[in-house]
Design a protein around this ligand. Structure first.
Ligand code: NAP
Length: 453
């Protein structure tokens, strides 16, 4: 998000309204006059006495340069900040400038002149100041917020404005190493563009061990959120202020939302898969699932599936001990879940398939360029009930040999693109702060990807 900069006469309510609205919207707040005092180690009146107005304006311009370089902050400025065109230019570049317009009579009645040297000149002097500055405020402002004395109303209006600003200028990214291959921008932007006027979603290569630099950049430059791929999904935990249940249960985060400097971690991988099943008219509830593989993706499906009420889970993996450990983890997430595990031999897969509703490949076997041998023998598919569905988490190629053979048997199939699309849509719901028509959005994203092919 860009900054929200509040301008207006002394006593117009910038600081009070700004502070309360920022708190409600979950944004950092800064009062430039307070920052100037902290920096100088004395009050504004003392600065005026010692350095005159010129000295104060110099300090103010320095503070504007410092804070306009940050983002995502509600900045309350001093009444005279608009006197220097370079201040206005910097503040306008950094965000939306809001003029808090309060009637002169109210300002005169409310003004606390103690620390406001320019208000000491009496009502006529203040009126003259007001009249000379009003055109400057109006010229500098992108928006006008009327403060008619009902503070609650003004705060609510400013919160609405902050939320609109956040939504209209979403700044998002996917981080990883490598990240160049990521489809994330293509998958997120078709959705975000519907709700945000000027969304940005970029790929950022963040090498392992560099997360603290990245997190500093997020907190100081108004990055609203980011997705994570290899190798950061676990390493991000120490940097988060909050972690949602799915991410905690999986020990992995794929989405982070920045709420005013508080970083909240989510994991939408498992839910993305189960949400995608709705396209086949299936849900996790009560389903008997055979999962081939026990790596990161399989974990998300197993643990989230257990939490979403799978009836039975059979994990089969090249290294059977990893399959057993994952089955155990899933049962810990839902003690009512029936679990089995084993290796990837033909008889083991076949036996598991006999009573399965859902077979999922979560290994790279069959993936383009993975360098892994494809399935030699797909005859285990014959053991599946005719009502079973077969999913492959691979989406390159769009139809693996496993899916081709399953479709040839008349079984319903789905590739991994749908999991990828739905996990992104669930992340977008966190970024946007509201729910979406997920199937509609998935069709839209899929359509865009097809157009690009
Ligand atoms: P991972 O953590 O590296 O796990 C790989 C899994 O595949 C392990 O269980 C591994 O078995 C097994 N495996 C690897 N090579 C094998 C082979 N030659 N024969 C049999 N098993 C083999 O990877 P991951 O992140 O879970 O990804 C797994 C697959 O899911 C990949 O194809 C990936 O592209 C896909 N995926 C798709 C999505 C999506 O949104 N569609 C998301 C994530 C992943 P061992 O334990 O014995 O090593």
């Amino acid at each position: 998000m860009r900054n929200i900069v509040l301008i207006g006469m002394m006593g117009c309510g910038k600081s009070t309204i700004g502070y309360q609205a920022a708190k409600q919207a979950g944004c950092p707040f800064v009062d430039l006059d307070t920052e100037i005092e902290k920096d100088a180690g004395c009050s504004i009146s003392e600065i005026f006495s010692a350095e005159g107005e010129a000295g104060f304006r110099e300090r103010e311009a320095r503070m504007v340069r410092r804070w306009a370089g940050r983002a995502g902050t509600v900045i309350s400025t001093g009444g005279g900040v608009v006197l220097r065109p370079e201040n206005v230019e910097r503040l306008r570049q950094s965000g939306t400038v809001v003029f808090i317009d309060r009637p002169l009579g109210d300002i005169l009645a409310m003004a606390d002149t103690g620390n406001r040297p320019l208000l000491k000149q009496g009502p006529e002097g203040v009126r003259a100041l007001y009249e000379s500055r009003l055109p400057l405020y109006r010229k500098a402002a992108d928006q006008v917020l009327e403060n008619t004395g009902r503070r609650g109303e003004a705060v609510r209006e400013l919160v609405r404005l902050i939320e609109r600003e956040r939504r209209d200028h979403l700044r998002l990214a996917v981080i990883g190493d490598p990240v160049a291959h990521s489809l994330s921008p293509e998958i997120h932007l078709p959705v975000l563009e519907l709700y945000s006027r000027d969304p940005a979603y970029i790929k950022v290569e963040v090498p392992r061990g560099s997360l603290s630099d990245w997190v500093y950049r997020v907190r100081t430059t108004g990055v609203d959120g980011f997705n994570l791929t290899m190798p950061h999904k676990q390493d991000i935990f120490p940097f988060l202020e909050e972690i949602d249940d799915a991410a905690r249960a999986l020990g992995a985060v794929n989405t982070v939302v920045n709420r005013g400097g508080r970083l909240i971690g989510y994991n939408t991988d498992g839910d993305g898969f189960y949400q995608s099943l709705s396209r086949l008219g299936r849900t996790a509830t009560g389903a008997r699932m055979v999962l081939l593989g026990a790596g990161g993706a399989a974990q998300a499906l197993a643990v989230r599936g257990a939490q979403r009420g799978l009836g039975r889970l059979t994990v089969l993996n090249r290294s059977p001990e990893k399959a057993a450990a994952l089955a155990e983890r899933a049962r810990a997430a839902n003690p009512a879940l029936e679990t089995e595990s084993g290796g990837l031999s033909q008889p083991e897969i076949r036996a598991a398939c006999e009573t399965a509703d859902l077979l999922v490949n979560a290994t790279p076997k069959g993936m383009e360029g993975a360098g892994e041998p494809d399935w030699q023998d797909l005859s285990f598919l014959e053991a599946l009930p005719q009502t079973a569905v077969v999913c492959d988490l691979i989406y390159r190629p769009a139809e693996t040999r496993l899916l081709q053979a399953a479709a040839a048997r008349g079984l319903k199939t789905q590739n991994g693109l749908w999991m990828l699309i739905y996990q992104a849509i669930l992340a977008d719901e966190y970024y946007l702060g509201h729910s979406l028509d997920r199937d509609d959005m998935a069709d839209r994203v899929f359509g865009r990807l097809q157009d690009k092919e």
